[in-house]
Design a protein around this ligand. Sequence first.
Ligand code: SF4
Ligand code: SF4
Ligand code: SF4
Ligand code: FES
Length: 948
Amino acid sequence: MALLQELDTGTPIRTGEATVTLTIDGRKVSVPPGTSVMAAAAMIDNPIPKLCATDSVEAFGSCRLCLIEIEGRRGTPASCTTPVEAGMIVLTKTPRLERLRRGVMELYISDHPLDCLTCSANNDCELQAQAGNVGLRDVRYGYDGANHLKAPTDASNPYFTFESSKCIVCSRCVRACEEVQGTFALTILGRGFDSKVGTGGVDFLSSECVSCGACVQACPTATLNEKLVIEKGTPERTVVTTCAYCGVGCTFKAELKGDEVLRMVPYKAGKANEGHSCVKGRFAYGYATHKDRILKPMIRERIEDPWREVSWDDAIAYAANEFRRIQAQYGRDSVGAISSSRCTNEEVFLVQKMVRAGFGNNNIDTCARVCHSPTGFGLSKTFGTSAGTQDFKSVDKTDVVVVIGANPTDAHPVFGSRLKKRLRAGARLIVIDPRRIDLVKGTHIKADYHLALKPGTNVAILNALAHVIVAEGLVNEAFVRERCDLANFESWARFVADPRHSPEATAEASGIDPQELRAAARLYATGGNGAIYYGLGVTEHSQGSTSVMAIANLAMATGNIGREGVGVNPLRGQNNVQGSCDMGSFPHEFSGYRHVSNDSVREMFERTWGVPLSKEPGLRIPNMIDEAIDGAFKWLYVQGEDIAQSDPDTKHITAGLRAMDCVVVQDLFLNETARYAHVFLPGASFLEKDGTFINAERRINRVRRAIPPLAGMADWEATMALANAVGVPMSYTHPSEIMDEVAATTPTFKGVSYARLDELGSIQWPCNDAAPTGTPVMHVDHFVRGKGQFMLTEFVATEERVGPRFPLLLTTGRILSQYNVGAQTRRTASAAWHSEDVLEIHPFDAEQRGVRDGDLVALKSRTGEISLHAKITERVQPGVVYTTFHHAETGANVVTTEYSDWATNCPEYKVTAVQVRRTNHFSDWQVRDREEGVSLRRTEKALADAAA
Ligand code: SF4
Ligand code: SF4
Ligand code: SF4
Ligand code: FES
């Protein structure tokens, strides 16, 4: 078998009670009904030779290598497609079977290049291994007749090749693309000897393929193989770790040769992904060793000065001296820090500890401010805890899926694949989104209802759904009576029953057909297990928190909470958004969401850390910027976050950064924020450090160091050095000690340790005495807050309105191949799919403005103007335009506004009134930005060259 693969049982493992007992080669084995003979044999470590079977896909029975004999039956059936039966007596190794298998293998090998010694899959090839297994030593047939040895190679995909001369047409790739990924990009063309794998008449790059790699993983030969493995050879060692991109939190085996990662193989035992991946986690890790990485600390007195490389000690000393000078001159609250959802929990915990215990204030905020802070607020109010209620697996038991303001196939692809599989199996689907996302209609999936609302009207729609449920008597009264605060429910029911919330009354604002909305409400309330999945299309609004509470209201009213298949599921954007919030990086909360004014909690931290702590909530990111512009906030430490690109109203943010005396940026690259920095501390990628991330299902996953930190320090070590320099003594020798401190001070993490994580693989918090192995589904018998709390959710239209000057609404989002501000993915071959941000515009709006596909257009709001190329598409409705913000040069956030969620200040990225017109030049901001950017990139290049 392959050098680094896990056990492959050949066909998918069936779950359930092991009630069927059979005998295989004289040994008794009991397995669940539906298990194949092949899998049963594998379970007793008696593997049957196979080629077309692999346990990630259903058996196909084409290669005929896995033949068996069954007592009392004629013939030699394929073990992969033969289900076990009680009392069955199976033989897998008779002389007849061995002869047949050698014959089958001989035919395969006679049409396969015999270049094993120089093949990229040498020693990692199932065909080669099985040829050895079946004892094939000679091939009687030559290559004289027809063969496929000159079949072409398709190298169009940036990450893998398709060398069709090596294909044995086992169709594992086709089935993986269908069953695991759900994309249906591949097919078997032709019949018999002429059959071959096809990609729809085009090459891989131009096909429907989304480059998830499931086919590459499933391929038993070198036909589909990673380019890096072809170039560099077979990996030698493996480190199990967690993807550093999105909130799905996929587990991977990083396979390395020396200190170079040659491939990332999705880990079957990873509970969030179960062996699947997307293009980012599997292939787009090259940024970690990109030449743009800054590996030496740097300082400069003024942001106009060139950077000077210095030692770690000098950089830390400079930052600490400035810290002391500024705090002495401007006061205790003139300093603060921003932690990152891209960093580990341990790193985030240290940053907030340094601020609270060392700065003497609570001026710590996190990038979750700009994405899921409303989730924390809304779910805490209604359920009592700031997190999603389910595990991903729960969706396998869902009957009605509601996806609102989320685009899982692009932003959370591995969960998106799982969801599509459930939809193909018959679950119903309601999509609430201004855009026609891929889930609305795709191969073998179709939403029952697509409520294409106008951006900014989520609350109106959610209230209208609730109105129908209450007015039509669809409330799950037994659930509400037993689990929720009754008086509170009654006032909510009266509120939503008011005619002003009816689908008819809200139709004008939302643009949704009342009958469609009524039908969708009935389906969610009565269709069985209903689960709601939502994303930033819900939270990044002036009523983001209101929407989250309205979603929670719906789940409670219909009893869709507290068991598998239901729930309220925020799809977290970045890899560790959940964790960075859990670790206490908001200015008003300690770890575990306990308010800083809570005396007993604060006293406990004061005892643990040995210093008095402030009970006043600190500054949020927007407040820091405002205070900086006012001259009161002067020193900022930003770890792993690029507020100059990712936060709204770029000009305001950069004005704030310019106004500070000392900005300390820690990052992998000289990012946009670093333009305004005085100290640059090199960051470490996820491959270079130990720690943990927490994904959208509250799952704590281990991050394990695969290579040493390229700049000499992991981020937690740099923070510790800075903390010591500003007077907070820290002496951790390993991140596990930081997690021990988290566990000792945070009740929901009480049972978490690295030893426990290594033992269980991962743990979903709460993990404590009551739940020592974690909690997959929350609020099972009662809500964390006791009784569920219905909240009144009045719809208040955003102040951002369309009008004659700005008649269109801009909404923003993420696409599959790129990630957020693109700092990582732009430095990978994924640029092949998305080299610039474009503006999606409906044909009607384009025609009115004389805009053709590909034209450069000016996108103008009241805060700024940028230019980008137009893409005409019906994915957006008339009146709505859409873009991404992956490329700094585009400056998408130059046009977004200062409006934000009333409760949390989460910016209203999703609604900006704009005008679009054709243009022939880039905007003033972009021209200036490019001039500055060119010099920045020149600096970057000079530093990279010097380092090389
Ligand atoms: S990489 Fe993924 S999407 Fe592309 S063909 Fe393979 S399985 Fe299908
Ligand atoms: S490409 Fe690989 S997985 Fe696909 S049919 Fe050929 S050998 Fe099988
Ligand atoms: S789905 Fe998310 S966590 Fe999984 S591989 Fe893709 S980016 Fe990484
Ligand atoms: S492995 Fe069973 S027929 Fe191919």
